[in-house]
Write a protein that binds this ligand. Structure first.
Ligand SMILES: C[S@@+](CC[C@H](N)C(=O)[O-])C[C@H]1O[C@@H](n2cnc3c(N)ncnc32)[C@H](O)[C@@H]1O
Length: 278
């Protein structure tokens, strides 16, 4: 790991890594939490659907899915899921259910940027590939009506409520949260801070190990808000099984760097879960 530049007016900081020697990357991000977060009905800021933009975006998504599906990166991504140790964790999450529904938070603007297109593409390809992956629900407050229509045309549904990441895993659920902010992972963990709920979650997102490493290595210089937004992530680490994604290909680095699968196994009663201030 190289250096961490803590830029902090907006509560975000930038990590610059020496590895691969070429790319600064914006991870993890921390956002100021000034208001009480509430789950609220949501409608896109831009309400009108533009049919020309919509058809262009459908084309872009088709190109993205095709490119990804034929890539070595995708083959390895699938291979990782099929590795016996990882597959075993998915089986445990499934329990007696036959399918895991997928909730995608924080996909970003699929019209404006390629990484969100690759991220949505991989989620759709995984559903096509594995019959144990069920319906896909998507939410990001930045989605426009045009983007939402495209997401729907690809067989997913778009949530009409901003859950603030606080979905309770009443059923086994795959949370696909590529490069989200620490608060969103923390909200998800908080909403599921019981051993049975945590055991029903498979989570794809920023590496929790990396969050912990950053906080430990920089604890004397970090903004207290950063420490607070990662507290629960670090608390869950002691019973997290994490499997990192390798991104050796430049094409897929921006979309998937520093990402991992996470599974939470705790064999003890709820009372033994660490107490974490919210
Ligand atoms: C760091 S960006 C990542 C975007 C994209 N996944 C990528 O890798 O480029 C985090 C995303 O989380 C979204 N976000 C913020 N609050 C959210 C919420 N309550 N539910 C879902 N997504 C949210 C933001 O709008 C933003 O697009």
């Amino acid at each position: 790991m190289g250096s961490v530049n803590n830029s902090s007016e907006d509560g975000e900081w930038k990590v610059v890594l020496n590895r691969r020697g070429r790319q600064g990357r914006r991870f993890p991000k921390y956002k100021a939490q000034e208001e009480e977060e509430q789950q609220q009905p949501w409608t896109p800021n831009e309400l009108e659907v533009d049919s020309l933009r919509q058809s262009r975006l459908i084309q872009k998504m088709e190109i993205s899915m095709k490119k990804l599906e034929n890539s070595q990166f995708y083959a390895e991504f699938v291979g990782k899921i099929q590795a016996p140790e990882v597959l075993d964790h998915f089986r445990r999450v499934l329990g007696t259910e036959s399918q895991l529904n997928m909730v995608i938070y924080g996909i970003g603007s699929i019209e404006s940027y390629e990484p969100p297109r690759f991220q949505l593409s991989i989620a759709i390809l995984l559903k096509k590939k594995f019959d144990w992956i069920g319906d896909i629900e998507v939410f990001d407050p930045v989605l426009s009506a045009t983007e939402s229509n495209v997401v729907t045309s690809l067989g997913c549904s778009v949530l009409s409520v901003n859950e603030q990441g606080r979905r309770e895993a009443i059923k086994p659920t795959l949370f696909f949260m590529p490069h989200c902010e620490a608060e969103l992972y923390s909200n998800l963990l908080q909403a599921n801070w019981r051993t049975d709920s945590l055991s029903r979650i498979a989570l794809f997102g920023n590496s929790f190990q990396t969050y912990e490493q950053h906080v430990v290595e920089n604890k004397n210089s970090l903004n207290p808000r950063v420490i607070s937004s990662t507290r629960r992530i670090i608390a869950v680490r002691s019973f997290t099984h994490e499997f990192a994604i390798e991104t050796v290909s430049d094409d897929y680095f921006p979309a998937f760097h520093d990402s991992s699968w996470h599974f939470f196994c705790h064999d003890h009663p709820d009372s033994e879960l660490p107490l974490v201030d919210s």
